[in-house]
Design a protein around this ligand. Structure first.
Ligand code: AMP
Length: 448
């Protein structure tokens, strides 16, 4: 698309665009506009820097009519306080020539001031899920007027453990609403989330173009299981001259910790790990050390690897084979940048062969297969996930006697399965007036 004139937008928005100096819509903006205008649910796969904030705000602002009503009509959910501030600031720029009220809601600051801001009336709320939920249950924010919900950086939110809060909030929203989400990566968690809350969404994906495949030499080893992958990894990483700066991808936090422990045993300080359960300080230190090349090996999950300095990574090693081929493209795009040669290595099991084929189909090329080195030990040890599962019929174990993890899971399942009635429970819990009857009910519950 050559110009914003090709989009049907108001004069006020045009003026703002001119002020901002934007010449033409970015690809995600051009593709999202008509979908969002139509009111359909949308899933956008795009990273920060692609102009995604404006991609959803432009059509939403175009559709937003002036109103004096107190309760908000648009809700934008983001993972961090910094993003709340940034998105609020952007919206204020886009809506410079419109009369639009925007309020940012985030934790770690005075809740009463945020309550007051909301009470004065707002059109758009930009919030982190935790604080927003606090304001909802204290009835400072009403959700019944919400027409459009944007959930930005869903992959990061789910990785940070916001799923429960997101679910609670979405369950309280009116059924007739438009859901829009953006995620940089497609993960199993994100996929499940879409499945649970979105209705026939249109997916707008910015092709992973620009990944300089020519500069990346891609190799694959067929490996028996996880512990054998770890053995092969140790073998490869011992070649320090060649493996100068290595980014090792794992599918989740658990694997990250497990692999880190194994590698640390051999390589000590040369290896670091990042995932969302590590503290911010720890993550920053790991990244800093990796960028400064004081650590040679960094173990990371997909979500956390964003924001890393991409220069001079000699190898990207995929310990698992991503189910979504685009994730593989993102991973290997971390090496082979700017005229430098990089190597990507994929370790795949028999089970992962299909996912590997999907990746090859997407790229239109076959990854070079390397023979498994004879000197590397093939482990017989299996991770919990790899062990064959025995389904016991008539399990004699008394559920009450099983440890806390089992209880937790049961609770969670019960909530998920209840669907509509869960929403009722929440409503009952937070909206019931405090009458005598209510107190008696609570007392009865306690007495049980
Ligand atoms: P985002 O992906 O939303 O974080 O946006 C990245 C940056 O691109 C922001 O600083 C925007 O102001 C800027 N931007 C958004 N849309 C355009 C556009 N059409 N042309 C030029 N810059 C843009």
């Amino acid at each position: 698309m050559e110009s914003f004139n090709e989009l049907n937008i108001s004069k006020q928005l045009h003026y703002a665009i001119t002020d901002l100096g934007f010449e033409k819509p970015t690809p995600i903006q051009a593709q999202s506009f008509s979908v969002i205008m139509s009111g359909k649910d949308m899933v956008g796969i795009a990273q920060t820097g692609t102009g995604k904030t404006f991609a959803y705000m432009l059509p939403l602002l175009q559709n937003l009519k002036f109103s004096k009503q107190v309760h908000p009509r648009i809700m934008v959910l983001v993972p961090t306080r910094e993003l709340v501030l940034q998105v609020v600031e952007e919206i204020e720029k886009f809506a410079k020539y419109m009369t639009v009220r925007v309020v940012g809601i985030y934790g770690g600051t005075n809740i009463n001031r945020q309550k007051e801001a909301v009470a004065q009336g707002t059109d758009i709320i930009v919030a982190t899920p935790g604080r927003l939920y606090d304001l909802i249950i204290s009835r400072a924010i009403q959700l019944k007027t919400i027409k459009n919900v944007v959930i930005d950086e869903v992959d990061v939110m789910l990785d940070l453990g916001f799923r429960f809060q997101l679910t609670n909030i979405l369950e309280l929203l009116p059924d007739r609403r438009q859901n829009i989400m953006f995620s940089a990566t497609m993960t199993d968690d994100v996929n499940k989330f879409i499945h649970d809350f979105f209705i026939a969404p249109t997916t707008v994906s910015i092709a992973v173009s620009g990944t300089p495949l020519d500069n990346i030499s891609q190799k694959a080893y067929r490996v028996k299981n996880f512990y054998t992958k770890a053995n092969l990894l140790k073998h490869l990483l011992k070649q320090k001259e060649e493996y100068k700066k290595v980014l090792v991808f794992v599918p989740n936090k658990k694997m990250a910790d497990l692999l880190f422990e194994i590698l640390e045993g051999v390589f000590g300080d040369e290896v670091a790990v990042i995932h969302s359960n590590k503290t911010q300080n720890y993550r920053l230190r790991s990244i800093e050390n990796f960028n400064a090349e004081t650590t040679r090996i960094l173990v990371s999950t997909d979500v956390m690897a964003r924001g890393l300095d991409l220069h001079k990574i000699s190898h990207v090693i995929n310990v698992d084979t991503p189910n979504f081929p685009e994730n593989y493209m993102h991973r290997i795009g971390r090496t082979g940048r700017a005229e430098q040669e990089g190597t990507s290595i994929l370790l795949y099991t028999e089970k992962e062969a299909e996912a590997k084929k999907a990746i090859e189909d997407l790229m239109g090329l076959k990854i070079v297969e390397i023979d498994f080195p004879e000197e590397v030990e093939i482990s017989k040890q299996l991770t919990y996930e790899e062990q064959p599962k025995v389904v016991e019929i008539n399990n004699p174990i008394n559920v009450e006697d099983v440890g806390p993890a089992f209880h937790e899971k049961k609770e969670k399942n019960r909530k998920e399965n209840q669907g509509g009635s869960y929403k009722r429970t929440i409503k009952q819990k937070y909206k019931k007036p405090k009458t005598r009857g209510d107190k008696n009910y609570n007392r009865r519950k306690k007495g049980r």
